[in-house]
Ligand binder design. Structure first.
Ligand code: NAG
Ligand code: NAG
Ligand code: NAG
Ligand code: NAG
Ligand code: NAG
Length: 397
């Protein structure tokens, strides 16, 4: 790219950026001189289950790849093993993302349980001890993605996940979900009557995660706690002041704990209630802007109503690939098959505050092109003043 073309483009974006609602106050100072701090001036790049578009989801390799590619946060789903160990895994069953089918020794473990009102048959995570889970290998969920890493990586624990974030060469946040808390609390029991949510917060505390959004402690070890279950978010609000994100599902899905509809939980009165417990919402992006025949329809006012309450909006999931092999089903036709158009639309038009993406690298590239991190001039207005000064000096001569 020729610099001559890039500079006016960046300048234009800076100007646009200035007139828009400021997304985040800049950190007043750097907390850890030895590590590059987390950026807080542009929407967060949230690596959904790691860089799972490339490497099987929720594995150490997927999280490490996401960190290399520029993730602000590595995102994970927390479930529990039969012996009560918290692990990083998305589905309550092992069938779709591990080699469980090849493990004849576990053939008799197949069960049918009711999960969120639906009978599901498969091999359930909660019926395996950590040691047994560690003997399995993870595989790619989607047949149209790279299969070369199947069978190479094992399931990791929540603690192992945390150590990946803490070992990163710069400050990388974590974004763990209390996944299926109703089901986990039914099936897994801890000593002294502890609940899944208690173990979840205990783990975060054990590794020093604490502090409200943008506090000094938080900037050192940033974390967002997420859940689809409002009861769990309210429950942990007494145990930690870490920022929480309320996830919002498809319009057809009731909440797993309170059986509320999408319409109830996105009403003004409910947002007024939940804003005392969370700093933002994490809606499915098709509920923010409904889709028909793969075309975007009229956007809802959910983002505006959330922002009016000072709630951030982190939609999920941006799933397009670097290449276009059969993933167009995820990319709405409005974006002309170009994932950068989609990022541009959601960041600059819809004005979201964070994006869950399967392709951290592509989001990072987009943000670096349009809103770059500059170690000396993080403050865009400072840079603008400099440019204005330069222009005025030129006009004098
Ligand atoms: C699940 O299966 C059990 C046992 O067959 C049955 O009693 C229950 O009603 C089923 N639940 C649903 C939601 O279909
Ligand atoms: C595996 O994935 C398919 C497609 O999403 C789903 O219908 C099925 O229920 C999953 N199997 C299990 C056991 O979870
Ligand atoms: C949180 O703590 C307050 C004060 O101790 C108590 O009144 C409230 O019931 C607690 N809430 C939950 C959800 O545990
Ligand atoms: C959940 O709510 C729906 C709609 O109000 C109702 O039909 C259903 O019986 C409720 N389910 C439970 C388990 O309460
Ligand atoms: C997406 O494209 C369709 C078809 O051209 C159009 O009707 C719709 O308004 C577009 N949506 C947005 C949000 O631009």
């Amino acid at each position: 790219m020729h610099l001559a073309g890039v500079v006016p483009f960046i300048f234009l974006l800076l100007l646009l950026g200035c007139s828009a609602r400021p997304l985040y106050p800049l950190p007043s100072r750097r907390n850890d001189k030895s590590k590059q701090p987390i950026q807080t001036f542009r929407p967060f790049n949230i690596a959904h289950r790691g860089s799972n578009g490339e490497i099987p989801e929720e594995t150490a390799a997927a999280y490490m790849r996401a960190i290399e590619e520029g993730a602000d946060f590595i995102e994970t789903d927390i479930l529990a093993s039969k012996d009560g160990v918290l692990i990083c895994f998305h589905d309550v069953t092992l069938d779709n993302t591990t080699d469980i089918a090849e493990h004849k020794e576990f053939a008799s473990r197949k069960r049918t349980y009711e999960v969120q009102g639906v009978n599901v048959t498969g091999y359930f995570v909660v019926d395996f001890t950590l040691q047994e889970l560690k003997s399995l290998r993870v595989k790619q969920r989607y047949p149209f993605r790279d299969q070369q890493y199947n069978g190479k990586f094992s399931i990791i624990t929540f603690e192992e996940f945390i150590s990946i974030a803490l070992d990163a060469p710069r400050v990388v946040g974590i974004y763990p979900e209390m996944k299926n808390p109703v089901f986990i609390n039914q099936r897994v029991k801890w000593s002294s009557g502890k609940r899944f949510e208690d173990k979840f917060v205990e783990t975060l505390k054990k590794y020093g995660y604490k502090g409200s959004y943008l506090s000094k402690q938080w900037l050192k070890q940033p974390a967002f706690i997420q859940s689809f279950a409002p009861t769990s978010l309210v429950y942990v609000s007494n145990q930690t002041d870490l920022p929480k994100i309320f996830l919002i599902d498809d319009v057809t899905m009731p909440t797993q704990d309170t059986n509320q509809s999408y319409w109830e939980i996105t009403s003004d009165s409910y947002l007024d209630f939940i804003k005392d417990y969370v700093v933002g919402i994490g809606p499915w992006k098709d509920t923010v802007i409904p889709v028909a025949n793969n075309y975007l329809q009229t956007p809802t006012d959910l983002v505006a109503r959330a922002h009016a309450r000072d709630l951030q909006v982190h939609p999920y999931t941006y799933q397009h690939p670097y290449t276009y092999q059969n993933e167009n089903q995820f990319l709405h036709f409005n974006f002309s098959e170009d994932p950068y158009n989609e990022y541009n639309y959601w960041i600059n038009k819809v004005g979201v505050d964070g994006l869950f993406t399967d392709f951290t690298g592509s989001l990072h590239n987009f943000q670096e092109w349009t809103s770059p991190l500059s170690p000396d001039d993080e403050d865009a207005s400072k840079l603008l003043k400099k440019i204005a000064l330069m222009i005025s000096e030129f006009s004098k001569t």
